[in-house]
Design a protein around this ligand. Structure first.
Ligand code: ATP
Ligand code: MG
Length: 399
């Protein structure tokens, strides 16, 4: 495909990639959109690959290449028109990452992509790096599942090694009676890339840390957030992470994130999702070598947003100040009901509180539990910010 107009193309530079160079992003969902908006604010140009011509990034990209996350040709075209290539999701075929990395810097890195897209590879990496993980086994056959389950103890989670997100492609196994339906549900994933079977942990709370690591190897973490999920989908992040998270626990989580970013040699952001156990132990649930839903509060809540920080890192620029302005709450706006054109009612009423910040991702259709946008409120305490965010959300509905 010939670009409709000429984008700034520079040869792979030795150090900083400066505006108006083009940043290539694989994936045009809401993360790509907010990344593109931050990059555009800094004067960069944006090229995106996404299978959907109406994806959330379409209206903010200079160039949109319609292609799948397994389309090596599309990735190559993207790389050709970009000075650096990044990705907004880790479910990009490794071959696509390799195609881009062959001709341009791929950041955070090809290795980070390969390790984090496969839950089994990720577990091995985490153990190698000395991070705590839930007791787990690799499962490829039904016999392996039946042998591993009682050995680990109930309840369990069975997860497809490749392809799951927002709680999809994973099943809870409460006891022996759930083994048969769980196997039937994930049998095809088992044959394709294997399954991860792990203990379900009775955690005190969930945390996450977004850390950015520059080209010089310096890692800069954002404040730790306390997350709540509903059936696998994030619905709330509070910063600073309230009880039972102490400052000492938060500092340990940040140190762990810095260490993992170093171990994976990432250039860009890395998100570490953690469980805090009752005894204070931190266990890593999963890694994402990218900006993350739990870091959206940084747009208004930190001196530098996670999106700007990622852009600075992948372009070889000095990192920004990650300091939080104070307390913040971020809640997701999920879709409800049947699939239909997206129209949000109640916006003016919700914004009547001047501290409420609305973000919508320009998704053309709404359906049950689809991530459509989010709200952020800064407050004196995270609980006070949350209360105001919930009040605003309750005034919104998909008509
Ligand atoms: P996302 O895309 O939102 O990160 P995902 O599909 O990658 O989700 P996980 O992060 O593995 O899935 O799991 C989603 C949520 O399910 C977790 O945040 C946690 O609330 C719960 N969960 C997953 N694994 C476990 C476990 N071993 N013990 C307890 N809870 C778990
Ligand atoms: Mg997760």
């Amino acid at each position: 495909m010939t670009p409709s107009y000429t984008l700034a193309v520079s040869p792979p530079p030795a150090d900083a990639i400066l505006p108006p160079a083009t940043i290539g992003i694989i994936g045009g969902g809401q993360l790509g959109r907010m990344l593109a908006m931050a990059a555009r604010a800094m004067g960069y140009r944006i090229a995106i690959v996404d299978p959907d011509p109406d994806c959330p990034s379409a209206s903010v990209a200079d160039e949109l290449i319609v292609g799948g996350y397994d389309d090596e040709g599309a990735a190559l075209r993207l790389a050709e028109m970009s000075a650096v290539v990044t990705y907004e999701l880790e479910h990009v075929a490794a071959a696509v990452g390799r195609a881009a990395a062959a001709i341009r810097p791929l950041r955070p890195s090809l290795r980070a992509l390969e390790v984090t897209q496969d839950r089994l590879a990720e577990r091995r990496f985490l153990e190698g790096a000395g991070a705590g993980v839930a007791p787990w086994r690799e499962v490829r056959t039904r016999a392996e599942l039946e042998a591993a389950a009682p050995a680990l103890g109930w309840p369990l989670r069975l997860k497809a090694a490749i392809g799951g997100y927002d709680g999809r492609s994973q099943v809870r196994i409460a006891g022996p009676g759930d083994l048969e339906p769980a196997w039937r549900e994930l049998e095809r994933s088992a044959a394709a890339a294997g399954l991860l079977l792990e203990q379900e942990l009775d955690f005190a709370c969930e945390l996450s840390v977004v850390v950015a690591r520059g080209l010089d190897g310096r890692a800069v973490p954002f404040a730790v957030g306390r997350n709540r999920h509903d059936a696998g989908i994030l619905f709330e992040t509070l910063v600073p992470a309230p009880a039972p998270v102490t400052a000492a626990i938060a500092a340990r989580a940040q140190e762990l994130a810095d260490h993992l970013a170093d171990s994976l040699d990432v250039v860009g952001t890395l998100t570490v999702e953690l469980f805090l156990l009752a005894d204070g132990e931190l266990v890593v649930n999963e890694l994402a070598p990218r900006v993350h839903n739990s870091g959206h509060w940084t747009i208004e809540g930190a001196a530098t947003s996670q999106f700007e920080q990622h852009v600075r890192a992948i372009c070889g620029l000095p990192l920004g100040d990650p300091a939080a302005h104070g307390a913040a709450a971020m809640i997701n706006l999920l879709g409800s009901g049947e699939r239909r054109p997206a129209q949000l009612a109640g916006v003016a009423a919700a914004l009547d509180d001047p501290g409420v910040h609305l973000h919508l991702y320009d998704k053309r259709h709404v359906f049950e539990r689809r991530k459509m946008g989010h709200l952020t409120v800064l407050g004196v305490t995270p609980e006070d910010a949350l209360e105001r965010a919930v009040r605003a959300r309750d005034l919104l509905r998909w008509s």
